[in-house]
Design a protein around this ligand. Structure first.
Ligand SMILES: Cc1cc2nc3c(=O)[nH]c(=O)nc-3n(C[C@H](O)[C@H](O)[C@H](O)COP(=O)(O)OP(=O)(O)OC[C@H]3O[C@@H](n4cnc5c(N)ncnc54)[C@H](O)[C@@H]3O)c2cc1C
Length: 440
């Protein structure tokens, strides 16, 4: 991966598409770059789930003219690179952490939004007829220590009682009967879904276009200034004047883009490898065969699932900077063998990385300033397939002055600014070193 948001001023529109497994399953249509000056009511920066979902909500409400620009193409960011787990939740705080910080009522309100995000996404996929290999299957959270297994059991009870979640806990023996993964002490199991994330974003973009949104590829926002009653956005071949500006560039936001978002999120890499298709013997040995998704309880989590053509997708934290991205491949391969020793020697067909947007307090935000008509949604901390889509809808609602529950900190407070922003990478290096020691 060559783009580094903390170093480069924008994604290079000429950069090749990322070498993901998803890009071998569907062609990204060649888009058009903006090549003249235009005016628009709503300008959305970023054609990932957040931006396209906002554009869809705006066009469906006939709120005015809608333009989306992307530095590269729809799905170039995380939307076309993720693992395709559709789960309820975002940020890095589960319900009990939310309760500790905000109290039970607010925690319930936030969880309600996360649950609603999943239903909303499934409803949109069905309503727009998007073929994105959506499949329902269990989601396992695997406890990597005995202490975490105990926590998982307590957490399952807590989620059932207080948050009405469909969840069960499994002892080590029950887990062994369900799956043949090695090295875990128990698990929780919930209903989940998996999909092809690139097919999803391309389907959503196509729908937004058919409803009247203008989407430009290879059109990075290079400079944004505020006029008297509008925003003036410079791109390589045209200037856009917009009444309302919605920033949906997530972790791909460059270091300096707009005061509303500068230094308010931290781009961190996540990497994925995909194996060659597993043989019948290997499939029997790993003990699952279908749309099952899994994540462990480590601080630096690993996540995995089987793909429709029986390849194993295995992901985890990436390296600290774009320059080092490739070094993570061997580390991920070794981690995969710890859980699946029977796969020793299997060839890797794909390896890629993407930037996830981490917020200072582990909670994403959808923020809109009525006075300046500027909004953004980001900070999903690597969990955004369902919630980024929902956040885009909420962002559009706020831009249209429609009611949104402003009692929830998701919507009522801005992303917090990182203090000593220049030291973020050094702090991350130290954190990874610490995690290596305690999670050996
Ligand atoms: C490896 C990996 C695995 C993941 N797995 C999962 C998962 O299984 N489940 C889950 O829920 N979440 C997962 N995520 C997170 C999820 O993909 C993201 O939260 C989600 O895609 C965010 O969507 P978005 O639209 O906000 O941002 P993005 O999809 O990142 O889109 C941002 C867009 O903004 C554009 N852009 C940036 N700057 C500019 C500019 N100046 N001008 C114009 N355009 C610009 C970029 O080109 C990009 O296309 C994963 C992420 C990664 C990297």
């Amino acid at each position: 991966m060559s783009y580094d948001p903390l170093i480069d001023s924008a994604v290079n529109p000429q950069e090749s598409l990322p070498p993901t497994y998803w890009h071998d399953t569907v062609e990204v249509p060649s888009g058009t770059a903006l090549n003249k000056d235009i005016e628009t009511d709503f300008l959305v920066i970023g054609a990932g789930y957040t931006g396209i979902s906002a554009a869809l909500a705006l066009t469906e409400s006939r709120a005015g003219s809608v333009t989306v620009i992307d530095s590269h193409s729809p799905g170039y960011g995380c939307a076309g690179r993720n693992a395709g787990f559709v789960l309820s939740g975002s940020g890095r705080m589960g319900p009990s952490a939310l309760e500790k910080r905000y109290g039970l009522d607010i925690a319930k309100g936030i969880q309600n939004e996360y649950d609603g995000a999943v239903s909303d996404l499934l409803a949109r996929i069905s309503a727009y007829g998007i073929d994105c290999d959506l499949a329902a299957g269990p989601y396992y959270k695997l406890a990597h220590t005995a202490k975490h297994a105990l926590q998982q059991r307590r957490s399952a009870d807590y989620l059932k009682t207080n948050f009405n979640q469909q969840i069960e806990s499994l002892s080590q023996d029950q887990l062994k009967k369900a799956l043949a993964v090695e090295g875990f002490y128990g698990a929780s199991r919930q209903p989940g879904h998996t999909l092809n994330p690139l097919k999803l974003i391309l389907g959503l973009s196509h729908t937004a276009q058919s409803k009247g949104a203008a989407i430009y590829s290879a059109t990075p926002a290079l400079k944004i200034t505020r006029g008297e009653s509008n925003h003036v956005v410079e791109t390589p071949q045209g200037v856009i004047t917009a009444r309302t500006l919605l920033i949906a560039s997530n972790a791909y936001t460059s270091k300096v883009l707009h005061p509303a978002v500068n230094k308010r999120q931290f781009p961190v890499q996540s990497s994925i490898l995909v194996t060659q298709p597993l043989s019948k013997t290997q499939l029997a040995a790993i003990g699952f065969n279908g749309p099952v998704s899994m994540m462990d309880t480590r601080m630096m989590k690993y996540y995995y699932r089987l793909l429709p053509d029986n390849r194993l997708l295995f992901g985890g934290r990436g390296e600290v900077s774009a320059r080092q991205a490739h070094a993570g491949k061997a580390r991920l391969y070794d981690a995969m063998l710890t859980s699946f020793p029977v796969l020793r020697g299997i060839d890797i067909s794909h390896f890629w990385s993407g930037w996830v947007s981490v917020s200072l307090d582990n909670l994403p935000r959808v923020n809109f300033d009525n006075r300046t008509q500027t909004g953004y949604a980001m900070g999903y901390c690597g969990a955004g397939v369902s919630f980024a889509n929902f956040a885009g809808r909420r962002l559009a609602q706020r831009a249209m002055n429609q009611p949104v529950d402003l009692n929830l900190p998701l919507y009522s407070t801005p992303l917090r600014r990182f203090p000593f922003a220049g030291l973020r990478r050094s702090a991350l290096r130290a954190l990874y070193g610490w995690a290596r020691v305690i999670e050996r």
